[in-house]
Design a protein around this ligand. Structure first.
Ligand SMILES: CCCCCCCC(=O)SCCNC(=O)CCNC(=O)[C@H](O)C(C)(C)COP(=O)(O)OP(=O)(O)OC[C@H]1O[C@@H](n2cnc3c(N)ncnc32)[C@H](O)[C@@H]1OP(=O)(O)O
Length: 189
C-alpha cells in the first residue's frame, strides 16, 4: 500500500537536489508509473538530464492495445508519470490538471523508446510541461503537453491515504481543493 507518511516525510529528500544524470527516486513503491513494487506497473527508471528528465522504456505484453501495438492509455500513463518527476526539479509538489497526447505513429510492444520531458514555462501555480517519445532512430512517435498545478504536500494526505486496497468511497462534490482549506487550515502550495 502507499506509505503516505513516508511519502510526505521524504518529499524534500526526493525533491533533491539531484545532480545531472542522477537516477531519480520513484514517487513511491506502488506508483503505477515508477514503483518497483507494483506488479502492474511500468517500473519507469527516470534520470535527470539538465533541466529535464529522461527515461528509456520498453512496453510489454501487459500494455498491448491492438496486437503488437501499445495501448494509448499506457503511453499516456508513462508520459504522465514522467511529467510527475519534473516537480522534483521545480522543487514543489504538483499534480496533473490536463494531459494531451499526440499519437504520431504506433508505439510498439518490445521496442525501446526514449521519453524526454521538460518544463516549458511557469505561471503562478501552473507548470506547463512537454515531452517527446522517440525510437532509437530518433523518430518521434508521440508528443505530449500537460498542465501541472503546484500543491502543498498535504494535498496527498487530504485526498490519498488509501490502505489495504479498500479505497475510501469518493465524495461526489469533493473534486477540488477549494472548500477544504478552511476545514484543514492549509494553504495551497
Ligand atoms: C506524488 C506525485 C505522483 C505523480 C504521478 C504522475 C502525475 C499524476 O498522475 S497526478 C494525479 C492526477 N491528477 C490529480 O489527481 C489532480 C486532480 N485535480 C486536483 O486535485 C485539482 O484540480 C488541482 C489541485 C490540480 C487544482 O485545483 P485547485 O487548487 O482548485 O486549482 P484551480 O483554481 O482549479 O486551478 C489553479 C489554476 O490553474 C488554472 N488552470 C486549471 N486548468 C488549467 C488548464 N487546463 N490550462 C491552464 N490553466 C489551467 C486555473 O485557471 C487556475 O489559475 P489561477 O490560479 O490563475 O486562477
Amino acid at each position: 500500500m502507499p506509505d503516505m507518511g513516508t511519502m510526505l516525510a521524504h518529499w524534500a529528500e526526493r525533491a533533491g537536489p539531484h545532480s545531472d544524470g542522477a537516477l531519480l527516486p520513484p514517487h513511491h513503491e506502488r506508483c503505477l508509473g515508477c514503483g518497483l513494487d507494483n506488479p502492474h506497473g511500468h517500473h519507469l527508471q527516470v534520470h535527470r538530464r539538465g533541466d529535464g528528465v529522461v527515461a528509456d522504456h520498453v512496453f510489454d505484453e501487459r500494455h498491448v492495445g491492438a496486437p503488437g501495438v501499445v495501448h494509448g492509455g499506457a503511453v499516456a500513463t508513462v508520459l504522465d508519470d514522467l511529467f510527475g518527476f519534473l516537480p522534483y526539479l521545480v522543487g514543489t509538489p504538483a499534480v496533473t490538471r490536463q494531459l494531451t497526447v499526440d499519437y504520431l505513429s504506433p508505439v510498439l510492444v518490445g521496442v525501446s523508446y526514449r521519453i524526454e520531458a521538460t518544463v516549458t514555462s511557469r505561471e503562478d501555480r501552473k507548470v506547463f510541461v512537454a515531452a517527446t517519445v522517440s525510437d532509437f532512430d530518433e523518430r518521434t512517435v508521440a508528443t505530449s503537453s500537460a498542465v501541472f498545478i503546484t500543491v502543498d504536500v498535504e494535498h496527498f494526505a487530504r485526498h490519498g491515504g488509501v490502505s489495504g486496497g479498500s479505497p475510501t468511497p469518493p465524495v461526489a462534490d469533493d473534486h477540488r481543493d477549494t472548500g477544504r482549506e478552511g476545514e484543514m487550515g492549509q494553504q495551497r502550495g
